[in-house]
Design a protein. Structure first.
Lengths: 79, 354
């Protein structure tokens, strides 16, 4: 789906856990998430902690959308 | 008891005529015609009882009608196998063979098969539904193609165990069949894996057991010029939907997707507040039901919108379920979403997956 949307000209970033799969399939901009059942917020953590992580990683994703890249790129996250 | 086989040929191989008779309407005759004779010669404990002939143009331009008529001709006939072609590289013929085989299989539940060259469009269109032997590109190779077809036909008729596409000589249908090997050390995956690795290290040829399809890279889209003016939309394959799942999106092998209004929401309300829930059957829904924002991050994006980092969080989020969903369905769904992005002035997309 990422590729179909990108082919239509929309910059798109794929936030997912299985980065090697996304890379193999051919996504261009990728940001890792923390797991499969809870991509952006671990239910074991306090809600504020979860939100901090989500806010950070979504921020990385937004920056990825605005970043020029030459090849498939996984954008690093800090938390 | 002798098994019964029915063959399908186009107007040329059926001996009716050339292009000038491509509109030949379907007919059925007892016995053989054209290559059906050679097929008959090679069959073991089976015979070709009837041969159907149909013009490639007639089938191409009146597919439904042609199929309906042929199915009616087959009604009540004893049939253990239906063979169409060989079609070589003839596009109309290959597509005709694929169409009629698929229809016969669906209507009568009998095994069907054909043969075509890899470039024949019929292969891509029908290899998933029909056994298509990997054939030559010209009728000059008729003898070889018929020989291969007959060998496979005999296996299908006798019920002999099939050894997979590569061994049998048909185009892979995309089906995986689990086979249990004799329980000995050399058959274990560990042994096979290490043997493969040793060959690879030595630079010797080896055959992978799982072929990874070639990468199909998409040209990198230009980055957003000014994020602070951009409209961002969320798409997810995590199967987050409004609690009543109004579009009845399937929990697996989805063919439907939804577009749901989030205008004015600071965050997605959860399942227990009558908001949104997880319908995806591939992962534990507990976390997502409790806080769907962990998969569809409306809260974070709304915050960025307020801060001015992005121009606007789009009024809709787009969703479907990723588990078991085929590539072709997913591609179709994405292409159906695109006109909405265009109409709504979406500049960029964040897609989340689980």
């Amino acid at each position: 789906m990422v590729k179909t949307i990108e082919r239509a000209g929309f910059p798109i970033v794929h936030m997912c856990n299985l980065i090697p799969v996304a890379t193999t399939v051919g996504a261009n901009r990728m940001v890792p998430t923390i797991s499969i059942p809870y991509p952006l917020g671990n239910p074991e953590d306090a809600p504020e902690e979860q939100y901090k992580l989500r806010y950070h990683r979504v921020g990385v994703a937004l920056d990825a959308l605005a970043t020029e890249i030459e090849e498939q790129t996984v954008f690093p996250v800090k938390i | 008891m002798t098994k019964k086989v029915i063959c399908y040929l186009n107007q040329f191989f059926g001996g009716i005529g050339g292009e000038d008779t491509a509109d030949y309407e379907p007919s059925i005759q007892e016995g053989v015609a054209g290559p059906a004779a050679a097929i008959n010669e090679g069959l073991v404990d089976a015979e070709v009882t009837h041969t159907i002939i149909c013009g490639d143009n007639f089938m191409g331009s009146n597919t439904e009608d042609a199929i309906a008529r042929i199915l009616e001709m087959l009604e009540g006939k004893e049939m253990d196998l239906f063979i169409a072609g060989p079609a070589f590289q003839a596009g109309r013929y290959g597509v005709a063979c694929g169409n009629i085989c698929k229809a016969v299989k669906e209507k009568f539940g009998v095994e069907v098969m054909s043969s075509m060259h890899c470039e024949n469009p019929g292969v891509e269109m029908f290899k998933k539904d029909v056994y298509i032997m990997d054939g030559a590109n010209a009728a000059a190779r008729m003898r070889k193609d018929v020989k291969n077809m007959v060998a496979f036909a005999n296996k299908l008729l006798s019920g002999e165990a099939l050894m997979g596409a590569a061994a049998e000589g048909y185009f892979p249908r995309g089906c995986r069949k689990e086979v249990f090997l004799e329980d000995k050390h050399e058959n274990t995956a560990a042994y096979r894996g290490v043997q493969m690795l040793i060959k690879r290290i030595k630079g010797e040829p080896f055959q992978t057991e799982l072929v990874i399809p070639e990468k199909d890279l998409v040209p990198i889209a230009e980055p957003v010029a000014d994020l602070s003016k951009a409209r961002i939309a969320i798409v997810t394959t995590g199967g987050i939907v409004p609690v009543d799942n109004p579009d009845r999106i399937q929990s697996a092998s989805a063919t439907r997707w939804g577009r749901y209004n989030i205008a004015g929401l600071d965050k997605l309300p959860n399942r227990w507040d009558g908001g949104h829930k997880v319908i995806h059957a591939g992962y534990d829904p507990a976390a997502g039901d409790n806080d769907p924002n962990i998969t569809v991050p409306v809260d974070a994006l709304r915050q960025y919108e307020k801060e001015g980092k992005i121009g606007k969080l789009d009024d809709y989020y787009y969703t479907t379920v990723g588990t078991g969903t085929t590539e072709s369905e997913a591609t179709r769904m994405a292409s159906e979403m695109i006109p909405h992005f265009i109409e709504d002035g979406v500049d960029a997309v964040i897609m989340t997956s689980t």
